[in-house]
Design a protein around this ligand. Structure first.
Ligand code: ACO
Length: 322
């Protein structure tokens, strides 16, 4: 049996750091409110001229070096993002060209905060179907450019970044089970109101920003993340007590705590980066994964469960032996 195995990881965070104390000067909020309601202490924010592909290229270079491969080995590039540089060409082609990767399959997909889980699951299917030998998989977001910096309900939550992994076929496990889901009935709870075919001319004006019913998102997120984690474990016949690490989407510390509780996992088995990164949407899971590997917590052979939830709603989980 062929598995998809992680060969290397990398992340990139923009240089500029915005602390809760910095935000106190922009909107009516406090470090205390933000920390107790969300767990966020600081977040990284792209420079005005910095794009999502700039971050992807840097994260990918680190992952490529970590995997010990050459760019010429890569034959598949996929990016989960809601904030591509351009409407087209797709951002994966920009990255393929900028890194000097030979012409190959390169595309992006949009599943909001679940973008990386969707991209990794798609890659797993391509690898298992045969033909794909070395994939560059990225979750990246420049979400702060969609935020209304006058809206304290949302602007305190988000940050920018990119996380990348190299995935190769292997006889050893590997990705064991993947679960994806989506239900558009929840669109009104979390959305960005303009796009390529709707009101594009309004983008960048004061009327347009991320719209969110935080309380309701919270409730559905906790329930759904618990269910999708269980689905991945059940499909693989693995008990939650066997898990070494949970890598949840880093939206809010209280969502992370509630999800860990539903899984019966102590918090010391959960990789948490929300305090330093904020909610980086599609970048949150691959960056947290990279943090856990590089600080020595996540070891080869350990059982890792990733999960995410985002606008749509979309949700997903990936269970793997690292
Ligand atoms: N500073 C100070 N006060 C604030 C702030 C702020 N930044 N933001 C809101 N408030 C106020 C509100 O105005 C409200 O005041 P009021 O009672 O006088 O009306 C009060 O705080 C409570 O507001 P709630 O929205 O009820 O606060 P809650 O405890 O639900 O926390 C939060 C809000 C943090 C957004 C929470 O609901 C949440 O995390 N929801 C999940 C949403 C999320 O994570 N979205 C990200 C994208 S989706 C995803 O990634 C899963």
């Amino acid at each position: 049996m062929t598995y998809s195995k992680i060969a290397g990881t990398g992340r990139y965070l923009p240089e500029r750091v915005l602390t809760n104390f910095d935000l106190e000067k922009i909107v009516e909020t406090s470090d205390e409110w933000i920390r107790t309601r969300t767990g966020v202490e600081r977040r990284h924010v792209c420079a005005d001229d910095e794009t999502t592909s700039d971050m992807c290229v840097e994260a990918a270079k680190v992952a490529i070096e970590d995997a010990g491969i050459d760019v010429s080995d890569i034959d598949f590039v996929i990016v989960g993002t809601t904030t591509p540089d351009l409407i087209f060409p797709n951002i994966a082609t920009l990255i393929q060209h900028r890194l000097g990767i030979p012409a190959c399959t390169a595309f992006s997909l949009e599943a909001a905060c679940t973008g990386f889980i969707y991209a990794l699951t798609t890659t797993d299917k391509f690898i298992k179907a045969g033909g794909t030998k070395c994939a560059l998989v990225i979750g990246a977001e420049c979400i702060t450019k969609l935020v209304d910096w006058k809206d304290r309900n949302t602007c305190v939550l988000f940050g920018d970044g990119a996380g990348a992994v190299i995935v190769k076929p292997s006889d050893e496990a590997g990705i064991i089970s993947c679960h994806l889901g989506a239900d558009g009935q929840y669109k009104e709870l979390l959305y960005y109101p303009v796009g390529a075919s709707k009101d594009l001319h309004k983008a960048g004006t004061d009327d347009v920003a991320i719209t969110m019913k935080g309380n309701e998102v919270f409730k559905v997120a906790v329930k759904t993340l618990g269910n999708v984690a269980k689905a991945a474990l059940d499909a693989a016949g693995i008990d939650k007590s066997e898990l070494d690490w949970l890598i949840p989407h880093q939206a809010n510390m209280r969502i992370i705590q509630a999800t860990a509780k539903r899984l019966g996992l102590p918090l010391d088995k959960v990789i948490v980066t929300v305090q330093d990164h904020g909610n980086t949407s599609a970048a949150s899971v691959p960056m947290a994964f990279d943090v856990g590997i590089r600080d020595g917590r996540i070891q080869r052979g350990q059982l890792v469960l990733m999960e995410a939830f985002g606008g749509g709603f979309t949700w997903g989980s990936v269970l793997m032996r690292y």
